[in-house]
Design a protein around this ligand. Structure first.
Ligand code: CP
Length: 328
């Protein structure tokens, strides 16, 4: 179990990255360094005054070109708890709705001299593209069906809070595997931390050859969740199915075969942990009694999201701050 306030293990050379684009590129040591840093930052959100001066004078711009509740709010809360100034761009009120490209928008936003740009965009590779042309740090808050690195980091932190370590644990991820950026980031992260990963869903939603990424694929939910430590349910990505809507069985069939219900919970361990990145389609991928039941650590994921995003921004931002209380 990690103790908030415990020393952060040394990472040879420190966390020397300009950007956080995905977990494919992070080493096991870098992932652990972020998680240990997040464990220290978590304590700040338990204080009466939830603010430290660590990023005072730094600016963070949130550029969200796709809807978000958890990620956007969590980045904003995290930045403000570190005393950074935050600004939001995107959506129907921005010039993107007049046809401005993401590169043009990003260049104009960077001309305002932010230290960090947090971007969510529907196109895979958007964050990497901006990271190449901008000099500020870029954090990928979800690029199409590619990666969602801070989601996987908070998922791993939440599992480690409960189980101590991911080494030798088995995690089953259920749902629309093809279109999920959450699975891609989790696959990289979970495997680097020593977990075994199973994926499960309609065969039309599991990419052929997924086993090459180091997981086992299942069609049968009961078989997939039998004996595992964690079951992570995914949202069906309706917005990414488009004309491929035929890949999805009817919602009713999906709920019957791949939905996590009190009935299917009989096939799991009693102490299994149930997760979901949100937003949940209650009654489709998960029954309300399971989402709100004793196995669920879904709201712990949200709480840890703030700590993980504080850690990531702290590690990427130009240094000079501390974890001290803001007593000034
Ligand atoms: N988990 C997640 O990315 O949720 P939002 O879409 O609400 O940010």
């Amino acid at each position: 179990m990690m103790v908030p306030g415990s020393p952060i293990p040394d990472l040879e050379g420190g966390f020397r990255r300009k950007d956080l684009l995905g977990l494919a590129e992070l080493s096991r040591e870098e992932i652990l360094h972020v998680l240990h840093t997040a464990a220290r930052f978590k304590e700040i959100s338990e204080r009466e005054i939830k603010k430290v001066p660590t990023l005072r004078g730094r600016s963070v711009i949130h550029l969200f070109m796709e809807p978000s509740t958890r990620t956007k709010t969590s980045f904003d809360v995290a930045a403000k708890r570190l005393s950074a100034d935050t600004f939001a761009v995107g959506g129907s009120s921005s010039a993107t709705s007049k046809g401005e490209t993401r590169i043009e928008t990003a260049r104009n936003v960077e001309a305002m001299r932010p230290d960090i740009l947090v971007i969510r965009h529907r196109h895979p590779g958007s964050a990497a593209l901006l990271a190449r042309i901008l000099s500020c740090s870029v954090i990928n808050a979800g690029d199409g069906s590619h990666e969602h690195p801070t989601q996987a980091l908070l998922d791993m932190m939440t599992i480690r809070d409960r189980l101590g370590s991911l080494e030798g644990r088995t995690v089953t991820i259920v749902g629309d595997i093809t279109h999920s950026r959450v699975i891609r980031s989790n696959l990289h992260g979970l495997r680097k931390l020593g977990a075994q990963v199973r994926v499960c869903g309609p065969p039309t939603m599991i990419p052929p050859g997924i086993e090459r990424l180091g997981c086992r694929a299942y069609e049968d939910l009961r078989e997939a969740i039998d004996g595992v430590d964690v079951v992570m349910m995914l949202r069906i990505q309706m917005e990414r199915l488009g004309r491929k809507g035929q890949l999805l069985p009817s919602e009713r069939e999906y709920a019957n075969r791949w939905g996590l219900t009190l009935d299917s919970m009989q096939y799991t361990r009693d102490d299994v942990l149930v997760m979901h990145p949100g937003p949940i389609n209650r009654g489709v991928e998960m029954a309300p009694e399971v989402a709100d039941g004793p196995w669920s650590i879904i709201l712990d994921q949200v709480t840890n999201g703030v700590a993980v995003r504080m850690a990531v921004m702290y590690l990427l931002a130009p240094k000079g701050g501390s974890l001290a209380r803001d007593d000034s």
